[in-house]
Design a protein around this ligand. Structure first.
Ligand code: ARG
Length: 481
């Protein structure tokens, strides 16, 4: 490995195995854009305080532009460097010579790497929010079309009560809403300038941190250099949010895998989103859903990895922290690709309304409503529950359904039964009987969909504002014009 930026103190050449073992370029090269952007801002700051001349600054910025383009064009042999930071400094040296030796004045890789990671996470959050919003819009669209489809809700994976399909789908809208809140708060937690911390004690130069904060688009300034270089809470928090999003997707996928079985046949996944078997010709498998469920465990693992990485680590920077990027990138990439493909799959799902309707029979989904009916006619709930339970047991024994029972027979259980019972407990009424504003009555579900659609509008506005809090390379170099 060439071009070590720290070689003065170490007289021997490092063993090749050491070079290989300590190198992080294969992973952190993905931070190139943030490293170059951060470096541009730092040198503009150095110029402002008289450490870099006007002409050196121009050379450096032009050099950085060239490095950026050659990385993007795949023309750079990244493998010969230890990490992205030494790559940028050395490549700059090749292009502009001596002036490149000044760029690391007043900073350390310890604050530089935190800067790169924060810039990365801010953009990653924007991407994830974008994708979550698109998925939520999809859910709203499908829900609006399904307000007349009644399905069984399950508890303990046993048929429980009838609900609107829209109500079921919108339950996931709420999951993803909480995910957005999490990511928004992660954005705040990552939106702070680390530069100025240097290795751990702060910089010996009078860096204009407010200026750096502004040109890099940060909202806050880190206030303790020792904390800055050892803090990775913002990474743990971000991965936690990814993990929760994956958890929500995984549960949604699990439902859909079950609903897609021959036994249920509630849904049909579009063939363009299914895979076959190498041996069983008849198979059409829901691999996408299974993979998302599988990937959710990878991201949960990433969360644990990030926590264990920090636990027991002495304060400030330790090289262990280099491992954080693999974990961070994995969590982000798995989450981003999962939301995106899930949205596409959901868009094309067909609901088998006949099968869903068939599933509503024979399972006493109206039992709770029978009890509620009796309460409305004057029974206590516990007595009513008991009576309804006995009726269900009787029907099961006789292999009949509730509506097969004549009023006389019902009166044998309770005098409160009248002929309006049959109307009160038909499946549609069971749905419309629900009075609470979080329940499944059509009126309420539609109101909830409408207010959710409004929330989406405000999320989109919020996202637009967040985008304004991102500064890219071109905007940074605008500052010198
Ligand atoms: N590659 C290192 C990392 O990712 C950069 C910081 C190195 N700092 C150091 N003092 N060796 O953490």
């Amino acid at each position: 490995m060439e071009n070590k930026i720290w070689k003065g103190r170490i007289s021997k050449n490092t063993d090749e195995a050491v070079d290989k073992f300590t190198s992080s370029i294969d992973v952190d090269k993905d931070l190139y854009l943030y490293d170059i952007t951060g470096t541009a801002a730092h040198v503009i700051g150095l110029n402002k305080i008289g450490i870099i001349t006007e002409s050196e600054l121009k050379k450096i910025l032009n050099g950085l532009k060239k490095i950026k383009s050659s990385i993007e064009a795949g023309q750079l042999d990244t493998g010969m460097y230890e990490d992205i930071h030494s790559l940028v400094e050395n490549e700059l040296g090749k292009i502009i010579g001596e002036a490149a030796m000044k760029i690391h004045t007043g900073r350390s890789r310890n604050d530089q790497v935190v800067l790169d990671e924060r810039l990365f996470i801010k953009e990653a959050i924007i991407d994830l929010l974008n994708k979550i919003i698109a998925l939520q819009k999809n859910i709203i669209e499908i829900s609006l079309k399904s307000t007349d489809i009644i399905m069984p809700a399950y508890t303990h994976m046993q048929k429980a009560q009838p609900v609107l399909l829209s109500h079921y789908l919108m339950s996931f809208f709420q999951n993803f809403n909480r995910d957005k809140t999490g990511f928004l708060s992660n954005f705040e937690g990552s939106d702070s300038l680390p530069l100025g911390a240097a290795a751990c004690a702060g910089s010996g130069y009078n860096l204009d941190r407010k200026f750096l904060k502004n040109i890099l688009g940060f909202k806050y300034l880190d206030s303790n250099s020792m904390d800055t270089v050892g803090n990775r809470d913002f990474i743990i928090d971000f991965i936690y949010s990814c993990c929760k999003t994956m958890l929500h997707l995984s549960r949604f996928c699990e439902d859909l895998i079950i609903y897609n079985t021959g036994e249920f046949s509630f849904i049909e996944i579009d063939e363009s989103f299914c895979t076959g078997s190498s041996i069983m010709p008849q198979k059409k498998n829901p691999d996408i859903l299974e993979l998302i469920r599988g990937k959710s465990s990878v991201v949960a693992g990433n969360l644990v990895q990030s926590i264990i990485l920090l636990k027991g680590l002495p304060s400030t920077y330790n090289r262990d922290l280099q491992e954080d990027k693999k974990i961070l990138f994995s969590a982000y990439q798995e989450t981003s690709s999962s939301i995106e493909i899930f949205k596409k799959l959901l868009e094309k799902i067909k609901f088998n309304t006949e099968k869903i309707a068939d599933s509503l029979n024979d399972s006493f989904l109206e039992a709770t409503d029978i009890a509620d009916y009796l309460v409305k006619k004057g029974e206590s709930f516990r007595k009513a529950h008991n009576i309804a339970g006995k009726i269900v047991k009787y029907c099961i024994d006789k292999k009949i359904i509730f509506t097969d029972l004549k009023l006389d027979r019902l009166k044998g259980y309770s005098d409160c039964f009248e002929k309006d019972i049959y109307e009160y407990v038909n499946i549609k009424s069971c749905v419309s009987n629900k009075k609470t504003d979080c329940g499944t009555s059509k009126k309420q579900v539609i109101a909830n969909i409408e207010s959710s659609a409004k929330k989406i509008k405000s999320s989109e506005l919020e996202l637009k504002k967040l985008k304004e809090r991102i500064t890219d390379f071109n905007e940074v170099i605008e500052y010198i014009k």
